[in-house]
Design a protein around this ligand. Structure first.
Ligand SMILES: [Zn+2]
Length: 249
């Protein structure tokens, strides 16, 4: 015997969404965007689904290689709304609620195309690492930067074959921001650090004080940015304070 429960819920859309989240615990769970779609129904959503939620839809044609998630679970639509909502400092729900009764979703579609065009214009050679990057955020932060697709591609090629770079996906954000943390550069192993520690007799190479090895960190004497490798000869032990001071420079 199957028991069907029908809930009648009253309240504003936000309250309905919270309620949907609460009862969405049995059977096949709805994705967060499927839940939102159940609430913010209307002309805007109907039009948006034409672009983002149908097999062979325009978003798949131009964005499939760059987007993560499943189109059929409304995750492409979710990404597109997130990207455009960010330009107005809004949440996905805030954006959907504001545009729920718009007659169409062309602004959403236009912004999505703009982001994809921007990516394809500057990163001309597709690599699988480009899939799932938060391009909408990078677009907002860097759309006014003066970038050169040719030199970007040359640098990508070099970084892709650089053994020191362990996060290949991070190359794109590194090139836009200049921040090495996105590359997850190789770190010295415990044995490399121990070797350097013994050679230095426990003395910090910067302040000259003695420390236990646990209180020290391995530093690249010649930094990665000018060709330094993570090998024994390039490891220098610094105390934590000195290392922090050096990396802040
Ligand atoms: Zn020190």
């Amino acid at each position: 015997m199957t028991i069907n429960l029908i809930y009648v819920c009253t309240g504003n859309d936000k309250e309905k969404l919270d309620w949907f989240k609460t009862i969405n615990i049995a059977g096949v769970q709805l994705s967060p965007q499927e839940l939102r779609n159940a609430i913010y129904t209307g002309s805007w959503l109907t039009d948006a689904k034409k672009y983002f939620s149908k097999v062979g839809c325009p978003a798949v044609k131009i964005g499939d290689k760059l987007l993560s998630g499943k189109m059929i679970r409304q995750e492409y639509l979710e990404t597109a709304i997130e990207w455009v909502a960010r330009t107005e400092n809004k949440s996905i729900e805030g954006y959907m609620s504001e545009h729920q009764h718009d007659i169409n979703a062309t602004l959403l579609w236009l912004h999505f195309q703009t982001v994809i065009n921007w990516v394809n214009t500057y990163f001309t050679k597709y690599r699988k690492e480009m899939k799932g990057i938060d391009w909408g955020r990078l677009y907002v932060e860097h759309k006014d930067d003066k970038l050169d697709p040719v030199s970007l591609e040359e640098r990508i090629k070099k970084l892709m074959i650089d053994d020191e770079v362990t996060s290949k996906k991070g190359i794109y954000e590194y090139l836009l921001t200049g921040k090495e943390k996105f590359l997850s550069l190789r770190q010295f192993s415990d044995s490399q650090k121990r070797q350097a520690y013994e050679k230095q007799g426990g003395i910090c190479a910067s302040c000259g004080n003695y420390f236990e090895i646990e209180k020290m960190e391995g530093d690249h004497h010649k930094p990665w940015s000018i060709g330094g490798k993570t090998d024994n000869d390039n490891c220098v032990m610094l105390c934590r304070d000195c290392n922090r001071e050096k990396s802040n420079k």
